[in-house]
Design a binder for this molecule. Structure first.
Ligand SMILES: [Zn+2]
Length: 325
């Protein structure tokens, strides 16, 4: 059964190396600087919350984000999705550390959980440094270090439509890995070992008997979202990896916004959640706007030969996003 989310396996070891090319102050020989003009089509309604609430009659509505005065996807949201997809297909860190003691919700009544030493010391939770960094930190940026990728806002071509989203809670920690109950005589705790990997929301989770719906403003299905990604001093192999993250080659859908694994009211079962978008057009340009001919396959070929690539993660990510997500 689908839980509303799936996992992409973490590599045992992060590939951290010195990356002299990860810079802005001068042009790096043999690197590419390019602008990608992209059009995505919303295959499901997309809700990106603005943080504001409004009223429809006397029903509370969660408002959607606007970009330049129209419903759309802010560049920061798109960049977040691209980073997590790029992390999943490369031997990259997770960009965060794990806290050991956590409180959690569970139907068992147990409210505490902890990770084993093996999980806590997993290489993917060790922070990167300026001297030694993973592929994702090098491309998307490490702390204050500027990234070589700038993602502009994506404007939609349609007005918001209200949809009802089932309130569902994010997975409890004991779903994130292999889990045993440990009882020291005073209290019971979940011991979490062997993390299942990076979490991607999709499908929809179990449907509770008592449903609570939340009205949300969505970019409707069929909307075309147009925006650009600017790349500076990019290696061909990084471009190849980025094309996977963008859903270009090999082709796959992206999930964006809230409710990626939440049920949508009155929708066909296979299509009953939020946030699926698909790349329908990509134009390469130089930074002055002149169209370029680029070979996506050659870039992908370079990526497949790169020591940064995590093939198992790539295969899983692409397979999970073939339509029913
Ligand atoms: Zn890193």
């Amino acid at each position: 059964m689908n839980e509303g989310y799936r996992f992409v396996k973490l590599p045992a070891k992060v590939h951290r190396v010195e990356r002299e090319y990860a810079r802005h102050d001068r042009r790096v020989p043999d690197s590419i600087s390019v602008r990608l003009d992209l059009t995505y089509e919303a295959e499901q309604p997309v809700h990106i919350g603005s943080g504001f609430k409004g009223l429809d009659g006397n029903v509370v509505v969660r408002c959607g984000a606007m970009v330049r005065g129209v419903p759309g996807v802010p560049g920061s949201s798109m960049k977040g999705v691209l980073r997590s997809r790029y992390e999943a297909i490369t031997r990259s860190c997770t960009g965060h550390t794990l806290k050991n003691s956590r409180s959690l919700r569970s139907s068992t009544g147990i409210t505490k959980g902890f990770f084993t030493k093996d999980v806590l010391s997993h290489d993917a939770f060790v922070p990167c440094t300026r001297e030694l960094m993973c592929a994702a930190c090098a491309l998307f940026g490490l702390m204050s270090k500027r990234s070589r990728i700038t993602v502009l806002d994506f404007e939609g071509d349609k007005a918001f439509v209200l949809e009802a989203m089932l309130e569902q809670f994010s997975p409890n920690d004991h779903h994130l890995g292999r889990c045993e109950i440990e009882d020291d005589g005073r209290e019971k705790k979940f011991k979490i070992s062997e993390l299942r990997g990076r979490k991607f929301g999709m499908g929809h989770g179990p449907i509770p008997e008592k449903k609570q719906w939340q009205l949300v403003e969505t970019i409707p299905k069929g909307t075309l979202l147009r925006g650009s990604v600017l790349l500076r001093n990019i290696l061909r192999e990084e471009l190849g990896g980025l094309l996977v993250a963008l859903g270009r080659h090999p082709a796959s859908a992206l999930k964006i916004g809230s409710g990626k694994g939440n049920l949508r009211k009155n929708a066909a079962d296979f299509d009953a959640s939020f946030g699926r978008i698909k790349l329908v057009e990509l134009t390469w340009r130089d930074h002055a706007g002149k169209p370029l001919t680029e070979d996506a396959r050659a870039a992908y070929e370079a990526f497949t030969k790169s020591a940064d690539r995590w093939a198992e993660g790539e295969n899983q990510l692409v397979a999970l996003h073939q339509g029913a997500c």
